[in-house]
Design a protein around this ligand. Sequence first.
Ligand code: AMP
Ligand code: GLY
Length: 428
Amino acid sequence: MKILLVGKGGREDAIAWKIAQSPRLTELYCAPGSPGMERHGICRNIDVMDIDGQIAFAKEVEADLVVIGPENPLEAGIVDRFEQEGFKTFGPNAAAARIETDKDFALDLMHRYGIPTGRFKTFTDPDEAIPYIREQGAPIVLKAAGLAAGKGVIVCDTIEQAIVGVEEILVNASFGEAGAKLVVMEYLDGEEASIFGFTDGQDLVYAVSSQDHKRIGEGETGPNTGGMGAYAPAPVVTLDLEREIYDTIMKPTVDALAAEGHPFKGILYGGIIVTENGPQVIEFNCRLGDPEAQVVLPLMKTDLVDILEAGVDGRIGELTVESEDRSACCVVMASDGYPTSYEQGFPIYAIDEAEALGDVIVFHAGTDRRDGQLLTAGGRVLAVSAVGNDIPDAIDLAYRAVDTISFENIYTRRDIGFQALDRLSTTS
Ligand code: AMP
Ligand code: GLY
């Protein structure tokens, strides 16, 4: 089978790495791909938003299956377009992708179908938003309704902070068009976990649970980023809780989207918070998480190509997804200054030595190759994943790998997995 994978980030490098292991693969093509993805397939430099270019490439290589990594082309209707051209395509169409790309749509759907989440109200006028915020009280959460690369959320501890936030989003338009609508959401308190369901629009199967680290600073402080590290499975998601999340959140959401006439085919990413009142939804995404993919896929035993194909062919119900009974940890090596501004273009050394430790995979998130030299080319540069017998082992190995690699201007959080370690130390 010939597969075209659209994307270039750390998540797509992990998807490419996993697809490349399939005995069913004859050739993997990646567009635009990255120096990391070149290890697994043939890359062609076509932007993810150049949908005409992507379709022309798929025709040229006669792709049997097209897989979409990131959310922006999904919002732009890349799946609709590929399907019109007759390609089997894994990912939701634009209407179903709204579960991520329009938080107002997603929260409204959840409320109408009784899926547990926070109270919310959506505004375009700051003069209406501010009285509502005063009435609700702090803490309170502000969200740009559209896509903002994981950065469009402000968790406000005080009313004053929220008023400044409303100004930022609706008046200064700090998140551009994504913030044309402002969602004000109830603050939900608890530990977070990411749940990935592979669905054909009807049935849904899980990968292992995971946990991301969204803030730039240690102890989850400072501004939100795309994600600074992850581990899997997440001890907070017990087997009972996993079942409850399936029964009360994931399956009802798949059913709700189908009932609304927008069946969702692809990866439904539940951003879950485990509150005193049980699991609730913080947000949904319409694709794998980054860097969660870099811990979930290394643990997966099932052939990913079988899952992707079953998703497209409506056969997810026939499938079980198996994962190794081990743990994984991923530490993101970023450019200092991310998520604001940072210098790039520095040589990267010793990736091979890190991988030679064994059970280590160094995924490329933002790298470039010039004259044979690998260079930093982004805020998040590398996602260093390690698999171990348990979470402490995986964390230890991931940091040994990180400490082997070097480049100028590195920033790395040293506390990835701290919530799992806390939980393990209090329950053992
Ligand atoms: P999101 O991009 O919607 O996942 O939000 C980014 C981060 O903001 C989440 O991972 C949470 O830590 C936090 N957050 C978002 N919504 C809420 C909420 N309703 N209550 C508490 N924290 C939230
Ligand atoms: N890791 C968060 C995200 O992919 O949205």
